[in-house]
Design a protein around this ligand. Structure first.
Ligand SMILES: [Fe+2]
Length: 223
């Protein structure tokens, strides 16, 4: 379920890659609130209690989805494991494992969602974009805020506000964060940023345990 070392079929890479009642409860609640609340901001606020329940529960995340990944496209041994993926790319739940002292690249997400800490501690640095975004290869960024997060603490994503950030593990063990986002995050073309030089590079992080659709299929999701 959390590695690619078995037979592949479409069915094994979508839906509940990890089938646990705690995960089903959150996905069910997300689908219910998506139908009931049209406003993204109101919807992510309404999802906080269900998301917090998943973060507070023990025993549902397999060890195989909470270990570093030496083949990571993000570098630093960072592991990104799909737990749930909607067939139509409208929703995903994944774990992100950041080894001790490692940092993600500065990146965006391009969808509303919630992120919370399940194990360890992270330091999050959020950037504000100062240019108008018209040049796809350059961005002027400044730090908007920094925060430390421990188990059970969560934040919401509501692009374009606060959508560019990086996280670093500051605990003595790898951090594991849980992400619920309204896209197929690891497979959509996102961006990585170099704040010093302003360089922006197209970026698809990929899941450690599930393939992305062919490049041509992903272009429609390019932000
Ligand atoms: Fe992120």
């Amino acid at each position: 379920m959390c590695d690619l070392g078995h037979a592949h079929s479409h069915d094994q890479h979508y839906g509940f890659l990890v089938d646990a009642p705690e995960i089903r409860a959150l996905v069910d609640e997300t689908i219910r609130l998506r139908a009931a609340i049209a406003d993204d901001g109101a919807r992510v606020e309404a999802l906080r209690p269900a998301f917090a329940r998943l973060l507070a529960a023990d025993g549902w995340l397999p060890d195989a989805c909470s270990r570093p990944d030496d083949t990571s496209r993000m570098g630093g041994g960072i592991g990104q494991y799909a737990l749930y993926r909607a067939d139509d790319g409208s929703l995903c739940l994944f774990s992100l494992v950041v080894p001790v002292g490692a940092s993600t690249p500065v990146h965006d997400h391009l969808a509303w969602g919630l992120v919370g800490i399940y194990r360890g501690r992270q330091d999050e640095t959020v950037y504000r974009r100062l240019d108008d975004g018209r040049d796809p290869a350059h961005a002027r960024l400044e730090i908007a805020k920094r925060q430390e997060l421990g188990r059970g603490e969560l934040y919401t994503l509501l692009p374009p506000a606060d959508d560019i950030h990086y996280v670093r593990t500051i605990s003595e063990t790898a951090s594991v964060s849980i992400h619920l986002l309204a896209n197929d995050t690891a497979c959509v073309w996102r961006h990585r940023f170099e704040p010093e030089s302003g360089v922006v590079t197209p970026f698809r992080s990929g899941y450690a345990n599930a393939p992305c659709p062919a490049e041509a299929d992903a272009d429609g999701a390019r932000g």
